[in-house]
Ligand binder design. Structure first.
Ligand code: ASP
Length: 303
């Protein structure tokens, strides 16, 4: 049996009074999620199943900006994006602008497994969800007290650029390697609070918010989606492992701190390769994260 490992994140961005006040809740949520994904790996499950499980746990938690705890757009509505990728065969599934789907990451996995598409959005994704009988929830399930407060506080903000300057972020993600040496990544988000309706971020864009290749690594990104998309961050990490020397940690640092030096965007990545090496890097004041490494050691941090 090969080495197994998992890393998860709960978003990169600025610190806030809410984050400080809820530090223990965040830590507990991260721990629960990383352990749930690790259990899948430990019992012989695939990396794809492990990242789905960990992200489901974060989506269900309610404190992270995904699933139950989604950010709201500037009409006070929920629009969720998610993506999952299998590094064994480079197959990916993603959904964008979905509503009412309890676990968008599981719908993304169904796109991967049951269609020959990569990304399905809007009403088509909702029809696909209905056809697949995925669990649905009412609108109110997705609107937490925190996301409603955030929306009400900021609702006069119309421009995404202004929202980006405020740097309110969330998003969740996971990367894992299973006992067969296959890697996978998953990312899920409620997007940026008060964004224009129809805005799509990086999380569901393969190569930006999510990428996995057994020959390189699996990556999940978080932060200012507009910058992550234009810098194609997840694929940059993967490609850099092919053309650069150095550990996975050094390569993640290179992409975030050197390649994207001068960027106005705040961003963070988590990565794992087939050898169970881990890389975590971010240029923001905090990135919620946790991991269980090849020695079975649990770690985590927010700052
Ligand atoms: N990257 C996400 C988006 O732009 C937000 C985040 O990671 O906080 O939709």
């Amino acid at each position: 049996m090969g080495k197994i490992a998992i890393v998860i994140h709960g978003g990169a961005g600025p610190d806030s009074a809410f984050i400080k006040q809820n530090k223990e809740r965040y830590e507990e949520g991260l721990k629960q999620a990383v352990v749930s994904g690790y259990q899948v790996l430990k019992t012989g499950g695939t990396a794809v199943a492990a990242v789905e499980k960990a992200v489901q746990s974060l989506e269900d938690n309610g404190i992270f900006n995904a699933g139950h705890g989604c950010a709201l757009n500037n009409k006070g509505e929920v629009e969720m994006d998610a993506a999952i990728m299998n590094g064994e065969n480079l197959k990916a599934g993603a959904v964008s602008m979905v509503r009412n789907v309890k676990n968008p990451i599981s719908l993304a996995r169904l796109v991967l497994e049951k269609t020959n598409h990569v990304l399905i959005s809007g009403y088509g994704a909702m029809e696909f969800a209905a056809d697949e009988n995925v669990p649905l929830e009412t609108d109110s399930y997705f609107i937490s007290e925190h996301s409603r407060d955030e929306y009400l506080e900021e609702r006069n903000q119309q421009s995404i650029q202004e929202m980006l300057r405020k740097r309110i972020h969330g998003t969740v993600g996971a990367v894992a390697v299973d006992a067969k040496g296959n890697v996978a990544s998953a990312t899920s988000t409620g997007g940026i609070p008060n964004s224009l309706p129809g805005r799509i971020g990086d999380s569901c864009i393969i190569g930006s918010g999510c990428f996995a290749n057994n020959n390189t690594c699996a990556v999940s990104s978080t932060g200012d989606g507009e910058f992550i998309m234009t810098s194609v961050v997840a694929h940059s990490v993967s490609m850099s492992t092919e053309i650069m020397k150095g550990s996975l940690q050094e390569i993640c640092d290179h992409v975030i701190h050197e390649r994207n030096k001068g960027t106005e965007g705040q961003m963070g990545v988590i990565a794992v390769n087939a050898n169970a090496d881990i890389g975590i890097s971010f240029n923001s004041p905090r990135m919620h994260r946790a991991w269980i490494d090849a020695d079975g050691k649990l770690g985590g941090s927010i700052y």
